[in-house]
Write a protein that binds this ligand. Sequence first.
Ligand code: NAD
Length: 378
Amino acid sequence: MRLAVLKERRAGEARVAATPDTVKKLIGLGLSVAVEAGAGLTAAISDEEFAAAGAQITPDAATALNGAEILFAVQAPEPEIRTQVAPGTLLVCTMNTFGNPELVPALAAAKIDAVAMEMMPRITRAQSMDVLSSQANLSGYRALIEAAGAFARGFPMMMTAAGTVPPARVLVIGAGVAGLQAIATARRLGGIVSGTDVRPAAKEEIRSLGATYIGVDDEESAKQTGPYAGQMSEEFRKKQADLMATTVAKNDIIVCTALVQGRKAPVIVTSEMVAAMRAGSIIIDLAADSGGNCADTVPGETITTANGVTIIGHRNWPSRIAVAASQLYARNLLTFITTFWDKDAKAPKLTETDDIIKGVLLTKGGQIVHPNFIPAAA
Ligand code: NAD
């Protein structure tokens, strides 16, 4: 059975869905692997390294796809590539289904069996296949590094013969996977760090990293016990806005990571809060792809406000640390296919009663099978 890996074609995507290490292991399962020439270059992997691992390097996407029954990708392929994918092919990638409602019906119509890795259930068994976690962790680190690069004062307190430079004050909004890594990185750089979240479990996690917890503790936040936060009520948002109004301006760097699954990101830092910040302050908005946690974020751009605050709203943060992100993402995909590999048939066996498959399988045999996407009966 042949597995294809193509060059990612979407703007700003530097990751690749396989590495020489995962290619070797895929071949060990009994697969042959075809890699489109140049697929790994933006993640610092040459064609020669893929070839040395046993991959066949093909001059273009069509040749890689010729005879392929499995396609590994980072992002869902564009329509012009999808038309070259044979019916019955298993596509494993991230789908961004909420931002692209036509995608799932189009995959079903093309008879592509589609696995959306970002819909991996958050259960212990699935942790090693959880692309959201592997990529968010790196994004949180990268966010801090970019904040440090943009901040013209430095992070640690520096007592020198010429005077003292005060430490940077950092507030991290949203203490999930990305936020906790941002907190840890800010602490390592020597900043004075605080963090906020709506889930009570986050409180101890923030403190365990040596940061100060700031937050609204009420009956509503006490109910946020699942792995994802829910959409908070107007009343809660008002309490949070009052707290943030006094907190944001005291900080030099704000790292925004708050997300609510399947919805636009909550706006937590308002324009008034930005206007009250000191010149030279930095806002890093990791939620920019979902609209942003800061009202003034322009997704995909870096702007400086009239009062001198720089707001960095890059899209696709994992792509900004593409070497490590590809390595971990490729591992997540390898683990997925290995977990559902039928050794005798030398083919994947996606048992539809399995909780993981129930969570990630969108289409099969030309039908939409995921309950979230089956159109309501007329
Ligand atoms: P996420 O990316 O969905 O959200 C980021 C953070 O934003 C979350 O902590 C969320 O509570 C917070 N948030 C949402 N709305 C907010 C608001 N209005 N104000 C402040 N904060 C807000 O979450 P994530 O990082 O993917 O993970 C969340 C949790 O799930 C973490 O505790 C993580 O450890 C856990 N998790 C478990 C597993 C597993 O068991 N397999 C895997 C991954 C993550």
